[in-house]
Design a protein around this ligand. Structure first.
Ligand code: ARG
Length: 459
């Protein structure tokens, strides 16, 4: 029989029950639900709202139920709708009246809100740990690539020379912001809605600070209607995860490109690649592609929940039961992708000769060649035009800037002399870029130090 059957003359339709029930997915929240109930019962006892002995009985039995669930001894029922009513029903079946007193001064609305926040706080901690581990791997790759010259691109056209280390530090900075986005999200999520009741609190003398503290929250939420109505904390997490996945997806895309014969900048370890069922020669970067593909699922979850919430009047509406599956899926996806991506990157071999060779074609030192003329006194626009004409000439002659004779340079501008060859050497082009954030060894070292300090603060 349903807990709320008193008000009804008929039993519910079977299809109604099936659509209404959330136990198939919210059973994942059993640990948090029990933790919330233990804190609530202890507070009810301490405040004299229920007998201290009854509170103790409830708490002890909840502990036993927890053990039984963990041991796989409990079967949840659709009859009891969701995890909250399932556990309450088991409790009442085991200890009778004391169990029936647990729901005093509480509603499933604040119960589900507290469960969800507790669960997400744990998941954020887990995702953050994996993300920090990935960031450490990116740093290791940066160290490996300190003297590895590669072309950097705009419009996927070779643009200017850099080092693999500088390139990796771009991702390190993105991932560092992803870590702090999770931290910010956690900080705002860290408020306990328990005690909001259905929506307007309660007449019982509850102690919201006690339950908030017992559950490890920084403080209680300040408004009871807000406490049960909003899911912005889940949306913030989904936003942070979407951005993080977007970064991983771009990184994945580059790895896919780098693995192609057209680039061959890296080689994936065999343990992190797959073959083809028909083409014997294939070694495919499936994991990178999957991370790129799974990014779509996480965006989907964000858009799902934003859409569920967009026109709901305050306070709780059953639509909000639709918050859980997309959030669970996004969290699972992030936790599945991060460690595999980290391991794939960790075991990826750099192919410096190929990167260097690609950097040697495509005139990526043309800007440096123009800068050289500027140092000789030419206005940048004039220098830019002269070098553009030189590149045009090289393409027609099948040459590179490095292979032009000094006469050919001088024909383009009398300002050229022998020193131009040093000025356009890729290693010199890179190391002359001393600007803050640039690719010179010195600039990259500062970037490494900064992220190293960030990581050290967090281990
Ligand atoms: N299963 C519900 C959910 O996940 C719990 C809250 C139900 N509250 C209610 N008033 N029906 O949203």
């Amino acid at each position: 029989m349903k807990a709320w059957s008193g008000r009804f003359d008929k039993t519910t339709d079977a299809l109604t029950d099936a659509l209404n029930a959330s136990i198939s997915f919210d059973q994942r929240l059993y640990e948090e639900d029990i933790a919330g109930s233990v804190a609530h019962a202890a507070m009810l006892g301490a405040q004299g709202i229920i007998e201290a002995t009854e509170a103790e009985k409830i708490i002890q039995c909840l502990g036993e139920i927890l053990e039984d669930i963990r041991a796989g001894k409990i079967e949840f029922t659709q009859e009891n709708e969701d995890i909250h009513m399932n556990i309450e029903a088991i409790l009442t079946a085991r200890i009778g009246d004391a169990g029936k007193r647990l729901h005093t001064a509480r509603s499933r609305n604040d119960q589900v809100a507290v469960d969800f926040r507790l669960y997400l706080k744990k998941q954020i901690a887990a995702i953050r740990r994996e993300l920090l581990a990935l960031l450490a791997v990116v740093m290791k790759k940066a160290e490996e690539g300190k003297v590895v010259i590669m072309p950097a691109y705009t419009h996927l056209q070779r643009a200017q020379p850099t080092t693999f280390a500088h390139y990796m530090m771009a991702y390190a900075n993105m991932l560092r912001r992803d870590v702090t986005r999770l931290e910010d999200c956690l900080e705002r999520m860290d408020e306990c809605p328990l005690g909001s009741g259905a929506l307007t609190g309660t007449t019982y003398p509850i102690d919201r600070w006690a339950t908030a503290k017992a559950l490890g929250f920084a403080r209680p939420t300040e408004n009871s209607i807000d406490g049960v109505s909003d899911r912005d904390y889940a949306l913030e997490l989904l936003s942070a995860l979407s951005i993080m996945m977007m970064h991983l997806s771009r990184f994945s895309e580059e790895i896919v490109l780098w693995c192609s014969w057209e680039f061959k900048f890296v080689e994936l370890d065999d343990a992190f690649a797959t073959g083809s069922s028909i083409m014997p020669q294939k070694k495919n970067p499936d994991l990178a592609e999957l991370v790129r593909g799974k990014t779509g699922r996480v965006y989907g979850s964000l858009v799902t929940l934003l859409t569920v919430m967009k026109a709901l009047p305050l306070a709780y509406n059953k639509d909000m039961q639709e918050d859980k599956e997309p959030v669970f899926d996004a969290v699972d996806t992030a936790l599945a992708c991060l460690p595999v991506f980290a391991a794939m990157l960790d075991t990826m071999t750099l192919l410096p000769e190929n990167m260097r060779a690609a950097a040697g074609r495509g005139f990526i030192n043309a800007t440096d060649c123009a800068d050289y003329l500027v140092k000789k006194g030419l206005p940048f626009r004039d220098a830019y035009k002269i070098v553009g004409q030189l590149v045009n000439y090289c393409i027609k002659q099948g040459k590179t800037l490095e292979t032009l004779s000094i006469e050919e340079f001088k024909n383009a501008s009398p300002a050229f002399d022998e020193a131009v060859y040093e000025a356009i050497k890729l290693e010199n082009c890179v190391n002359a870029r001393l600007s803050v954030g640039g690719p010179s060894a010195e600039s990259v070292e500062k970037q490494l130090e900064s992220v190293r300090a960030f990581l050290e603060e967090r281990v």
